[in-house]
Ligand binder design. Sequence first.
Ligand code: SF4
Length: 80
Amino acid sequence: AKFAIVDIETCIACGACGAAAPKIFSYDDEGLSYVLIDGNTGTKKISRLLVDDLYDAYEGCPTDSIKISDIPFNKEPTNV
Ligand code: SF4
């Protein structure tokens, strides 16, 4: 399984990840990205069907702000 988060300390709100993977990423009021399914906590598995999109976004992020792991991140939500 794959889990993902966006590091909002380094995200520059460029919009690339949502273009690559619109079912995974959305943006807060400032345009900072977060993972939709779990409020950017990295606690819910990314659907197997979306993993290719996830890696497209990961590779396309200009600031390496997308983090992917085989285990949950368990971060505090960032989109609230
Ligand atoms: Fe932020 Fe990276 Fe997504 Fe751009 S591609 S909005 S820098 S996470």
